[in-house]
Design a protein around this ligand. Structure first.
Ligand SMILES: [Zn+2]
Ligand SMILES: [Zn+2]
Length: 291
């Protein structure tokens, strides 16, 4: 199953007005996605639309009311701007929530720190560690994935306003992080070279601001029973995690790593697990694995 957990609603800054719940579900199905993030789950109007247009599908996930289509997980991207170690830091964080009730609880807990009814990706003038602590206080099962970690601005390891390590940003809570988002400009091997990320699995998402970009990057899972807890476990412990993929819209399908000519990337640990589900050819051994 291919998942795109990083996307936005029409309530986020600079996004397409076409981003409704039904349109997102239809575009995700066209892109071959089995699971998408809701995006912007703290925005009150968007959350109301999610509750109106989706129905529970088990395990804390949802799908379009009365229809088929992809599963939906409650997600939100949070933006922080704060001073630490003498510099202004701008870091984005993806927060994954066990259901929409948890999204409502988190919104209530964070409401006084940001304008949640403004940008669907709300901006907090809070230290990232403090914000993460407040997220865990409100929703203990929630998990945070640093977003597009190499982006010069807004990535936790970005050159312009980021840090050297996850620990420098999240302090004692860095140990709670078990996955990082690669972002469009980074690749898995580049990330593997940073030893502080060795324990993290990679998540890849489109960060779509319009329907056409949905699923341009995705993460592959093989879950017996898809649900919030199963996705969390896959990212935390590797059970059912199959790696990151890039889509090729002209083919309408995804390719696994090992077909490097196609520009595909995958977690080396997941590489040996079987043939490419798209074309059935065996996977080749990646550079990181040989090294
Ligand atoms: Zn971002
Ligand atoms: Zn985003």
């Amino acid at each position: 199953m291919y998942a795109d957990l990083h996307l936005h609603s029409r309530f986020a800054f600079n996004t397409s007005p076409a981003l409704t719940v039904a349109a997102l579900a239809a575009a995700a199905a066209r892109a071959g996605l089995g699971l998408i993030g809701s995006g912007d789950a703290l925005h009150p109007v968007w959350r109301a639309e999610l509750c109106r247009d989706l129905e529970p599908a088990g395990g804390g996930l949802y799908r379009l009311r009365g229809g088929a289509g992809p599963l939906v997980m409650a997600t939100v991207e949070l933006s922080t701007v704060f001073r630490k170690a003498g510099r202004v830091r701008r870091v984005h964080h993806l927060v994954h929530l066990p259901d929409l009730e948890a999204a409502a609880a988190l919104a209530a807990a964070l409401d006084r720190f940001a304008n949640l009814a403004g940008d669907g990706r709300p901006i907090f003038k809070l230290d990232a560690r403090e914000l993460f602590a407040r997220v865990l206080d409100a929703v203990p099962e929630a998990f945070l994935v640093p977003a597009h970690i190499w982006t010069p601005w807004y990535g936790v390891l970005g050159a312009n306003s980021g840090f050297e390590t996850l620990e420098d940003c999240y302090g004692d809570l860095a140990g709670e992080i078990f996955a990082v988002e690669t972002g469009l400009s980074a690749d898995a091997e580049m990330i593997r070279r940073v030893s502080s990320l060795d324990r993290c699995r990679l998540l890849s998402g489109s960060d779509a601001h319009g329907l056409a970009n949905l699923g341009r990057e995705a993460t592959a899972f093989d879950l017996a029973a898809p649900g919030f807890a199963a996705v969390r476990r896959a990212l935390a412990a590797g059970e059912g995690y199959r790696g990151t993929v890039e889509s090729f819209p002209e083919h309408g399908k995804y390719h696994w790593d090992g077909h490097r000519a196609c520009g595909v990337r995958v977690d080396p640990a997941a590489e040996a697990e079987g043939p490419c589900p798209a074309c059935g050819r065996p996977l080749t051994v990646g550079v990181a694995r040989r090294g």
